[in-house]
Design a protein around this ligand. Structure first.
Ligand code: GDP
Ligand code: MG
Length: 297
């Protein structure tokens, strides 16, 4: 590569749970995007901006693409992905170990409509027991002719990260930086306060509630060197509220403590966190509520 400055957008796509957000965090060496084993952990597109001497790579993490669920919230999520594919220089398409599913096929079909180069990342190779199967799997996917590169890696164990970065950088256009070099993301601290709470609850809760849960931050105020944060956790039913709060309030307390620790690391201040749980019936089906909870600008 030459010395001319390069800058461009790289969208990370794939079905839920393959490790897209983990990949973004590993690339940036920071927690930019929350992660969990549940679909819908990522509900917005989130930028992770990596600036170095000769380039600025603007990564875009996106919600997982699914073809079946259909309500106001999932329609918004799908739009987030499609919009982020609009003016992008490179697509990083993530799949998981030796698995190729109907949902992966669905994502690939969507990408087929674009001219943008697609790098296929086979993530979670640390989970592959029979390594002999990796090469034939990679060859099979290379042969489809749909990918400019096929890279096996592990986002959580940081295996082969440089190879991915090299491949990405070589495809960025020559352009000036779009963001100041010390800016890491397009999201503010208030946003992260809500996201960290949602992450802890997503990880803690059973299967159904996470899709019915949203977090809004009502107050975010620095006073006497202490950040006062007041958050509301929204669910759709009284029963869900009881589950989140837990016996003697233990569930909510545990999530709050853990979220507060993440906030203190990111914000560099001590945090006083207050959380409440409120019910808003069928909000995931209600475009107005989806908007009100910050999912649409
Ligand atoms: P996303 O829905 O695609 O954004 O996936 P996440 O980044 O939220 O990750 C989903 C789950 O996969 C989390 O529990 C991660 O810890 C896990 N994970 C991500 N990358 C790897 C990896 O390289 N190896 C293993 N073993 N687990 C991973
Ligand atoms: Mg994610």
């Amino acid at each position: 590569m030459d010395n001319e400055f390069r800058c461009g957008y790289i969208t990370i796509v794939g079905r839920p749970n393959v490790g897209k957000s983990t990949l973004l965090n590993s690339l940036l060496d920071q927690k930019i995007s929350i992660t969990s084993r549940k679909p819908q952990t990522t509900r917005w597109h989130i930028l992770g901006i990596k600036s170095e001497k000769n380039h600025q790579a603007i990564y875009v993490d996106t919600p997982g693409l699914l073809d079946n669920k259909n309500n106001a919230l999932t329609r918004h999520m799908r739009k987030e992905v499609l919009n982020s594919l609009d003016r992008v220089d490179v697509v990083v398409f993530v799949i998981e170990s030796l698995i190729w599913t109907k949902e992966d096929e669905f994502v690939l079909d969507l990408l087929g409509k674009q001219q943008t180069p697609v790098i296929l990342v086979i993530n979670k190779i640390d989970k592959i027991k029979n390594k002999d199967k990796l090469l034939p799997f990679m060859e099979m996917l290379s042969k489809t002719g749909k990918f400019t590169d096929v890279i096996p890696m592990s986002a959580s164990k940081k295996i082969n990260m440089q190879e991915l970065e090299r491949s990405v950088l070589s495809r960025l256009p020559r352009a000036a930086a779009e963001y100041p070099e010390d800016q890491l993301t397009d999201r503010n601290e208030r946003f992260y306060a809500g996201e960290f709470i949602r992450e802890k609850l997503m990880r803690q809760l059973g299967d159904e509630i996470p899709y019915r849960m949203a977090v809004t931050v009502e107050e975010f105020r620095l006073k006497n060197n202490l950040l006062h944060i007041d958050a509301v956790i929204w669910v759709e039913k009284e029963g869900q509220k009881r589950i989140i709060i837990g016996k003697d309030g233990i569930g909510l307390k545990k999530a709050g403590t853990s979220a507060r620790k993440d906030m203190e690391v990111m914000f560099g201040h001590r945090v006083h966190l207050q959380t409440r749980v409120k019910v808003k019936k069928k909000w995931t089906d209600d475009m107005k509520a989806v908007k009100q909870f910050g999912y649409i600008n």
